[in-house]
Each structure stands twice: as structure tokens, then as C-alpha cells.
Design a protein around this ligand. Structure first.
Ligand code: HEM
Length: 509
């Protein structure tokens, strides 16, 4: 790393003034911080959302995809990538683009389920993760599961896979339910307007701390959440830097952008490792992974390996689920009838006791609410790959070596050919023919192939049990739902804090 690069003469010589301004603009505090907006709403100001029949928010698509020049002149286009997708990208099998998100500014959006299968599953060796995307994440996550490649990744995935299987993850259901009960009690006792997205961050952090790291992170929650949000806020600058700077300068710039976050994560990770070592025995996912490594290779995971996995699970394992739950509360506010149906389902299954993992198969509607939430707001909205060798996909699309490929769950999940009324919230579609008749890769909130999300079973079980536990005890309403827009950073999240009210439900009879 070149220390103190940003602000140095080297950086200034390396890029044109307007570009440098752009990067500094994004790297600074000029992006709206969700913690600082929307805080001033009083309950009496809140419009009755349900009577307005609001549609789930989405950006209005531009007529044409912005080119490289437009992106340089109006760099805010990159601060919310999904807002730059033109109308015709929600249809068709592929589209060429020329904006600053790919090496050399060129790439192909792949919009056909068979092509997606080809790239992510059957020919995945020819389509490794995009180097620019890795350049953005590596300074923060090192060589954890999300960012590693080659034999290092294969070994780590082999160790972690059995631990994240559905059958193993069920052991953690009591942790999910207990954390959800504490959370719903907290919001009911507070009796005032609160940020439901902040509450979801807290509950999922408690879960990840206990289940994955065997550590009580409650003292650190604000710090970790701040680190994550602060780092994600710099995403547009990282994107632009990754796309436009030569690799050496790019890497130094990115290192510097995330340095503070990385240092904080190191501190958390060391504390967690120390606590895990001090315990006589531990049954957390991380301890199981350390045990599996010892059994498999005959030696301990290195400090760096453990730290990178801790950082990866902290970031990949809570913000994703927390944001999905936040979107679910937003959508359930727009559709109170769906919330009532969910409550009726939970009441029928567990009228006067906490939920368990065994109840989950009997909660198909609650699960469908989550599936539909992930369709409309797929937290990982963009998946990028690079083409290694010249390739032709099953749909006849030629992809030249070096080509950046963009697979966008955001676009695929709203593709007019595959989804009826794609912009509407209809959980029932996941209980009917519509979803079962779909080609497999028309729906991919967790990606696919060998690099599919390892935490999918964990996340779904956790989210169903948290939503279900809330449904048992409380009515929830997001007060500023009329003002919310999706913002695609590293995760797709609401552009402002979700101000909510909770009221106690009559206990079910
Ligand atoms: C709703 C919640 C979640 C969503 C939507 C989600 C989505 C994704 C997606 C789309 C990928 C693939 C990215 C790519 O192919 O480039 C991924 C990878 C990953 N996710 Fe998740 N995720 C969620 C929750 C979790 C949780 C709870 C954990 C851990 C406990 C986790 C850990 C990971 C890891 C380690 C990878 C990298 C796997 C590899 O490359 O081998 N995720 N996730």
C-alpha cells in the first residue's frame, strides 16, 4: 500500500481534476447519510399509507443508459446504479453497456435465465468474480469466503459448507427466536417512534454474534453498524475509482478509503477471537470451522484467516438479513392485508408459545412474504463476473475474453417476460404456479453455482422466525413509507431511516 495517497501529489497527477473532484465528493460526507435524514417526523404527520395504495418504490428508468461521458459529467448516476438502468433493460435477453462500472467502461448485461446458469453454474470457471468488484471488497474483507479465489477459497468453502447446511443451521433457531423476542419487547416498551432498520440491524447483529462468533457483541453494536454504514457510503467513490484508475493507484486509493473501517474491524475481530479462545468449549459456526480446519489440515487457521472470516461474516451475515427485514416492514406497511394474513398464519401455528424451527414448514405465507420481498428488493442487486476466455452462451451470445458481465437480480426479478405485474407486491405468486413454472435462474436473490450464498438457509430461517415472532406480538407501521426509495450500494437499501411505530397486539385466543 502507498500510505497517505489520497490528497498526495501522486493522486493529483494521476487523474484529471474533475475526476478527482468526483471521487472526493463521493468519498467525503456529501452522500446523504441515512442516519441523518428523515428523523424529524412526528406521528401526527404520518400519512395513512394503506389508504393511498402506494406501489413499492423504484427509480424511474431513463430513456437510455448513460454513457461514459454522461457518467463523468453526472457522477451521481453511479451512486445508485439501478437508477441508471433504462426501460428496455427490463426486457430482452442481453444489453451492451458503456458506463463506468466495468474495466474499460464496457460490459454486457445478461438477462436470460439460461445464460445466467451458463455463467454462474455450468461454466463458472470461465467467469470468475470481477476484479474491480474484488478490488473494492478486498481491502475490507481480506481473503474471507466472499473475496477469496482459487485453492484458498475452495478449502474454506469445503470447511464451511457442512456447517451452513440447513440441518446444522436449525440448531440456531432458539437464538433467532430469543433475539427476536428481546427486540419486539424493546420496541413495545419504548412506546415511541423508532428506526425499524436500526432495530433490525441490532437484532441480526446479536444473532450473528451469538451464532457465528459465540460472542456477546451488544456493547459493540453501534460501532460495528457505524463501520459498515460508513464504509458502504463510500461505495460510489470506490466504484468510480475501480472503473477508472490504473490498478496500482486504484488499489492504493481504495485501501485508504476503507482503512479506518478495516482498523475498527480488526479490533472487533481480535476481541472476538480472544473471547472464543477463552471459552472452554464453543459451538459457534466459527469454532466449528476452526475445529474442521484442524481436523482437515492438521493445523490451526491463521490469525489472518480467522480475522478475514470474522469480518466477512460480520458484514455479509447481518446487513443483508437486516435490510431484507427492513424492506419487508416497508412492504407490509403498504399492504396491511398481507401483514394480517401473516399474523393469522402464525396465530394458527403457535397461538401462545414461542416459534421453533419445526414450525417453519407450517408458515408458507410468511416465507412467501420474504421471497417476494427479496424479489422486489434483492439485497445483492448486481453480481459481476469477468470473462476469462472467449465464450458463446447457450443463447448464442458471444462473450470476448476480458468482457465484464453484469447479472442483475434487480433486473431479472422485474423482467416483463417472466413476472406478471413485476412491480407489484404479491407474495401469493410464490405459493402458486407462477414461481414453480419459472426457469430456475429467473429468481436468484442468493446468486447461484459454486459461489451461491453460503448463508442462505441461515438467513431464511432467521428472517422467518424474526418476522413471525414480531407478528405474534406487535403491529408495525412504517410512518415515512411514502418517502422511501431504493439505493443500490453494496447492498440495496432504503435511502433513509424507516421511522416506525409498534403497538402491542391482543394476545391470540
Ligand atoms: C437475505 C440475506 C442474504 C442475501 C440476499 C445474500 C446474498 C448473497 C449473494 C447474492 C451472494 C453471491 C454473490 C456473488 O455471487 O457474487 C452471497 C454470497 C455470500 N454470502 Fe450471502 N446473502 C445473505 C445472507 C448471508 C448470511 C446470513 C451469511 C452468513 C452467515 C452470508 C454469507 C455469505 C458468504 C460468505 C458469501 C460468499 C460465498 C462464496 O463466495 O463462497 N450471506 N450472498
Amino acid at each position: 500500500m502507498i500510505p497517505h495517497l489520497a490528497g498526495s501529489a501522486l493522486l493529483e497527477r494521476a487523474m484529471p481534476v474533475h475526476m478527482e473532484k468526483t471521487l472526493r465528493h463521493f468519498a467525503g460526507n456529501s452522500c446523504p447519510d441515512p442516519s441523518s435524514v428523515g428523523n424529524d417526523m412526528a406521528l401526527q404527520d404520518a400519512p395513512d399509507i394503506s389508504s393511498q395504495k402506494l406501489k413499492p418504490a423504484r427509480p424511474r428508468p431513463p430513456r437510455r443508459a448513460p454513457g461514459l461521458t454522461a457518467t463523468l459529467i453526472r457522477p451521481h448516476l453511479l451512486s445508485n446504479l439501478i437508477a441508471s438502468y433504462p426501460h428496455d433493460w427490463y426486457d430482452g435477453d442481453f444489453h451492451e453497456f458503456r458506463i463506468g462500472i466495468a474495466a474499460a467502461g464496457r460490459g454486457t448485461v445478461v438477462n436470460h435465465p439460461d445464460t445466467i446458469r451458463h455463467i454462474l453454474v455450468s461454466h463458472s470457471d470461465n467467469f470468475p468474480k470481477d476484479t474491480n468488484q474484488l478490488a473494492i471488497l478486498r481491502p475490507l474483507l481480506g481473503d474471507g469466503l466472499l473475496t477469496a479465489s482459487g485453492p484458498g477459497w475452495r478449502q474454506a468453502r469445503k470447511l464451511a459448507a457442512p456447517i451452513f447446511q440447513h440441518s446444522s443451521v436449525r440448531d440456531f433457531a432458539p437464538i433467532f427466536v430469543a433475539a427476536a423476542q428481546r427486540s419486539v419487547e424493546r420496541v413495545l416498551q419504548r412506546g415511541e417512534i423508532f428506526s425499524i432498520d436500526r432495530e433490525m440491524t441490532q437484532v441480526t447483529l446479536e444473532v450473528i454474534g451469538e451464532a457465528i462468533l459465540s460472542a456477546d457483541l451488544s456493547d459493540d453494536i453501534e460501532g460495528i453498524a457505524g463501520t459498515v454504514t460508513g464504509t458502504l457510503e463510500k461505495f460510489p467513490a470506490m466504484f468510480l475509482a475501480a472503473a477508472l484508475l490504473p490498478p496500482r493507484i486504484r488499489d492504493a486509493f481504495l485501501e485508504r478509503l476503507v482503512l479506518a473501517g478495516r482498523r475498527q474491524l480488526d479490533v472487533f475481530a481480535r476481541r472476538i477471537i480472544k473471547r472464543a479462545h477463552e471459552r472452554e468449549s464453543g459451538n459457534s459456526l466459527l469454532t466449528r470451522m476452526m475445529d474442521a480446519s484442524r481436523a482437515d489440515t492438521g493445523h490451526e487457521m491463521s490469525l489472518a484467516q480467522v480475522r478475514d472470516e470474522v469480518a466477512t461474516f460480520l458484514l455479509a451475515g447481518h446487513e443483508t438479513t437486516a435490510t431484507t427485514l427492513s424492506w419487508a416492514w416497508y412492504l407490509l406497511t403498504l399492504h396491511p392485508e398481507a401483514f394480517e394474513r401473516m399474523q393469522a398464519e402464525v396465530d394458527a401455528v403457535a397461538p401462545n408459545r414461542p416459534l421453533t424451527a419445526e414450525d417453519v414448514p407450517a408458515l408458507p405465507y410468511t416465507r412467501a412474504v420474504l421471497d417476494e420481498t427479496l424479489r422486489l428488493y434483492p439485497i445483492v442487486a448486481n453480481i459481476m463476473r469477468t470473462t476469462l476466455a472467449d465464450d458463446i452462451t447457450p443463447t448464442g451470445l458471444p462473450l470476448k475474453a476480458g468482457r465484464t458481465v453484469l447479472i442483475s437480480p434487480w433486473l431479472m426479478h422485474r423482467h416483463r417476460r417472466y413476472w406478471q405485474e413485476p412491480d407489484r407486491f404479491v407474495p401469493e405468486r410464490f405459493l402458486t404456479q407462477e414461481s414453480t413454472a419459472q426457469p430456475r435462474y429467473a429468481y436468484l436473490p442468493f446468486g447461484g453455482g459454486p459461489r451461491v450464498c453460503i448463508g442462505a438457509s441461515f438467513a431464511l430461517l432467521e428472517a422467518v422466525l424474526i418476522l413471525g415472532t414480531y407478528a405474534q406480538h406487535a403491529n408495525i407501521r412504517v410512518l415515512n413509507a411514502h418517502n422511501v426509495r431504493p439505493l443500490a450500494r453494496i447492498v440495496l437499501r432504503p435511502n433513509r431511516r424507516l421511522r416506525a411505530m409498534a403497538s402491542k397486539r391482543r394476545p391470540a385466543t
